[in-house]
Ligand binder design. Sequence first.
Ligand code: DGL
Length: 275
Amino acid sequence: MDERPIGIFDSGLGGLTAAGELARLLPSEHIIYFGDTGRVPYGSRSKETILKYANQDVAFLKSFDLKAIVIACGTVSTVAIEQLKMQNDLPIVGVVEPAAMMAAKVTQNGKVGLIGTSASVNSGAYEKVIASVSLDINVTAQACPLLVPLIEAGRVHEGDCVTETVLSEYLEPMKKAQVDTLVLGCTHYPLLKGMIAKQMGDHVTLIDTGEECAKHVAILLKEQDLLTSHTQTEGKRQYFVSDAPEGFVRTASFFLGEQIEDAVERVDIDTYQFD
Ligand code: DGL
């Protein structure tokens, strides 16, 4: 048993899709969320910058005594996870492996699609995991740099013609490749699930990276006997952001599917350095 909190971070709000699922699976756990809302998006930045930001995010979370850290960000998971694991002595879980394994499991025709940020798609990380399961699975990948800014701006409602037009261009190669499974390789994208499902059709299974990651974390903590013993009480939720908390509170409800009642605090993330 372990009563310490679980730390979760993302470049912004997207990681809340993983945090919400984790809270649903493990309601008694204390969860501390950090969203780097002042520096989002990460996905179009260089590897060096993403690594620097990820190190600072982890340094902030480690100012709490945590039992595990969840990288609820496709970009950081694809670019920085190995380094973060090497530099830190607590369990660190990313979104790539759980989502890629699930995609390899559910595809029937061996044609998997991947949409993600430029950094995630360029990393080849999903392809590597899928190839470790089967060399017969073909992955068609498409970088979607405009989606995170649109989602952070709240342009997530069906009928939003800007988002629908941008999506249809990004999804065209997936349709051409006749994928039967599509990995939403960025934790922001589940907010567009309805629109993506409509454009891809019912025959395509959508893999939600945040959801798969949360399921994996729940199994891991159970296996390692790291779950809280306070199973009768609701776990505490704490939210930290690097920009104005008001904007976060407003948009976070879309991601969590409920209003945030808990206080949101602002953090000066630049003061946290990896040592
Ligand atoms: N949620 C992040 C991800 O999963 C968004 C990346 C970004 O900030 O560009 O990749």
